[in-house]
Design a protein around this ligand. Structure first.
Ligand SMILES: [Zn+2]
Length: 246
């Protein structure tokens, strides 16, 4: 039987008898578990600076903060975060999130800024670009493939750069619809082609392991710009190349 574990963070005290430790240099700083234990042991409340605010991350990932949060989740679901198998889990999950959300700290547009001039006015299509992203509603993965086509207007980009754009956009808390639009928009803005067509197919773990529990469901989204939007012939050429002629 799993034992219920108490969080080291004391519940709000109804009698405010503890003396507050002032914020260090009047500045905001992170509280570690040690500080909280010390606070409990000495009868001093943890410092008054508001560490639990909703400040969005602006810089590199705060691994220590994720670690504490994951430990809290384990306690909250009734687990024992101090049992052997879970000891390293919070820190491991923190490193994983840093990797999975690395796209928050990079601008995928930079991959499209090195272009070269090429008189190729037919469609360029990169098919089956595999990606792994994380659904922002449930923080579980969605996995799939992106197909990207564009009709150059004198400017082309290295083919691998299109795959890098997909990766950069995928490595953020995402929804598939927005991801599809973002890729199309970036290519449209940076390459100024005559048209862009982006098709994304993915399976969502949040539909597999929870909720409706429908494994095998594939969600397809597309974003068409320029000639891919206005010219049915161009669009059906793309569909034929991606899915095979019908
Ligand atoms: Zn979801």
């Amino acid at each position: 039987m799993a034992r219920a574990y108490e969080s080291p963070i004391p519940p709000p005290d109804p009698e405010p008898v503890l003396n507050a430790i002032p914020a260090v240099n009047g500045k905001h700083h992170d509280h570690d578990d040690q500080e909280l234990f010390r606070a409990v042991a000495t009868g001093y409340a943890p410092c008054t600076c508001e560490d639990d605010d909703e400040t969005p991350a602006t810089g590199p990932v705060d691994l220590e903060r994720i670690r504490r949060a994951v430990r809290e989740i384990l306690i909250a679901v009734g687990e024992d975060p101090d049992r052997e198998g879970l000891l390293e889990t919070p820190a491991r999950v923190a490193r994983m999130y840093a990797e999975v959300f690395a796209g928050l700290h990079a601008d995928p547009r930079t991959h499209l800024q090195k272009t070269f001039t090429q008189q190729h006015d037919e469609m360029v299509l990169v098919k089956d670009i595999e990606f792994a992203s994380c659904c922002e509603h449930h923080l579980v993965p969605f996995l799939g493939k992106a197909h990207i086509a564009y009709l150059p207007a004198g400017k082309v980009v290295g083919l691998s750069k299109l795959a890098r754009v997909v990766d950069g956009v995928a490595k953020r808390p995402q929804v598939q619809e927005r991801m599809t639009e973002e890729i199309a928009e970036m290519i449209m803005t940076e390459l100024q082609p005559r048209g862009v067509g982006v098709i994304v197919e993915a399976t969502h773990m949040c539909m597999t392991i929870r909720g409706v529990k429908k494994p095998g469901t594939i969600t397809v989204t597309s974003a068409m710009r320029g000639l891919f939007k206005t010219n049915p012939m161009t669009r059906s050429e793309l569909m034929a190349l991606v899915y095979g002629a019908k």
